[in-house]
Design a protein around this ligand. Sequence first.
Ligand SMILES: N=c1c2ncn([C@@H]3O[C@H](COP(=O)(O)OP(=O)(O)OP(=O)(O)O)[C@@H](O)[C@H]3O)c2ncn1[C@@H]1O[C@H](COP(=O)(O)O)[C@@H](O)[C@H]1O
Length: 112
Amino acid sequence: MTQPNDILDRVAATIASRKGADPAASYVAKLFSKGDDAILKKIGEEATETVMAAKDARVSGDGSKVLYEVADLWFHSLVLLAQFDLTPQQVLDELARREGVSGIAEKAARKE
Ligand SMILES: N=c1c2ncn([C@@H]3O[C@H](COP(=O)(O)OP(=O)(O)OP(=O)(O)O)[C@@H](O)[C@H]3O)c2ncn1[C@@H]1O[C@H](COP(=O)(O)O)[C@@H](O)[C@H]1O
């Protein structure tokens, strides 16, 4: 089975390699050439499509569309990370840092 870090790292490396590449030959290069707003627009679209897919899945009982939309959202999030010279490993490190810390306890600590 594919290890999560392997595929995230490989796709992130491909995405990073598209900086300055030909926008006519690469979807990612085209997004980079358009800049922040184009990338953020895609994140918004994919997040909305994820919400809609989940609502549909509740009606149809078929969750597979959710999977495809989350993959689109993760992919465009990787493009956003690269735009800011960030890596998936840094996100994984942040999740690891939070591991075991209850969201309820964390929120309560913020209010003190
Ligand atoms: N994982 C993906 C990936 N997922 C989705 N997409 C593309 O994201 C685009 C947006 O999806 P939409 O459903 O919104 O389709 P759309 O309405 O046609 O999109 P827009 O024209 O409105 O942007 C589509 O063109 C998809 O093909 C991806 N494009 C690339 N990758 C990865 O990125 C690598 C580099 O891609 P290129 O830069 O194109 O070589 C690839 O080898 C893959 O590993």
